[in-house]
Design a protein around this ligand. Sequence first.
Ligand SMILES: NC(=O)c1ccc[n+]([C@@H]2O[C@H](COP(=O)([O-])OP(=O)(O)OC[C@H]3O[C@@H](n4cnc5c(N)ncnc54)[C@H](O)[C@@H]3O)[C@@H](O)[C@H]2O)c1
Length: 377
Amino acid sequence: MSTRVALIGAGGHGLSHRRVLQRLSDAGLVEVAGLCDRQPVEPHPDAPLPGVPFFTDHLTLLSAARPEVVIICTPPHTHLAIALDVFAAGADLLLEKPPVMSLAEHTTLAEAVAATGRICQVGFQALGSAALAELCVAAPDGDIGVTGAWWRPDTYYRRAPWAGRRTVDGRPVLDGALVNPFAHALMQALVAAGARVPGFQPVEIELERYRTRDIETDDTTFLRLTGTGGRRITAAVTLASPVFIAGEIRVGDAVLEYPTDRLRLPGEPEFKHVPGRVGLLENLLEHRRDPAVPLLAPLERTAGFTAVVEAIVAAPPPAEIGPRWREPHPDGGGSVIAGIDALVREMADTGRLPSESGVPWSRPGVRVPIDGLAEVR
Ligand SMILES: NC(=O)c1ccc[n+]([C@@H]2O[C@H](COP(=O)([O-])OP(=O)(O)OC[C@H]3O[C@@H](n4cnc5c(N)ncnc54)[C@H](O)[C@@H]3O)[C@@H](O)[C@H]2O)c1
């Protein structure tokens, strides 16, 4: 029998969920119970979802469409309140990342999951990667480095009311490089660390946040995280690079190019593509049918990620990398930092931060202890 699934936040990234819903609906696995968005949403040729009722208010959707599973794909600062309404309506949940903005919110959500007996999967789709699973089985030793160098034009920060913002309506939202676009890299690095150090949790972070444009958050971020057993993760990511690095997680001598599922284990000369990504909605539906099938991204697996998000939210605002260190991107859409691709690689490989490496635009970082994880479910 097909499961009744609804989507709240059908615009924006919600289109990718509409595509999945169209595919699973065509396969007879789901019945799309309803779509909801505050704004009008045009049907897309890939996901027309004909005849599906549309609501502008999620409470009306929950009471009128009676979904069994709900996907929430609204801006991060709205997640918690809508998620609690979903559980109160008796539905299971696929909640987009970042799930919540603080450990207190995480605890509130975890308590609602426990009290209602509902399921909560978080939208870290990279956790469905077979390449990550293979890396975790191999569990190489050594420090972890996370690198990514993308280019996002200035218009990226006009894409949505919460883009580049630190708070919206008085609530943290933090559209920072590591919390949003590179969130999957951080989450996968935490999981990879836990493959060798069971129960791995962040203990403290050292952080340098930078921005190349007039935004409240960082577009270039360096983070050195020390966790249980002293294992370190150094993440160096930027959205202001003229040269593209898709995103790499290096664990000792192993490297996972996480957006493409290309993996090179220690001793292997070449990257190989490891096929077989499991979709998070499919996994949630499977888990509902057979609880012996583990959830790939249950809420509790994301507590360490949220602890890091909370620490970044608490850190001072990013420092500007001034115009003398920037140059125009050839497409005219903003500016880039010359040589930033080499720098993010170097920082991730050496575990150093720019302020420790004589980088002329760098400023001293901050050290933030990660508190409160022990009390979190
Ligand atoms: N998993 C991923 O790879 C991935 C990629 C992109 C975005 N995301 C996440 O998806 C979520 C949405 O991001 P986005 O870029 O689409 O944002 P967006 O602002 O572009 O779109 C969000 C949509 O939600 C709607 N909305 C806002 N508040 C609502 C409410 N209360 N009820 C119903 N609809 C509401 C908006 O009208 C908009 O159409 C965020 O949590 C983001 O981090 C995840």
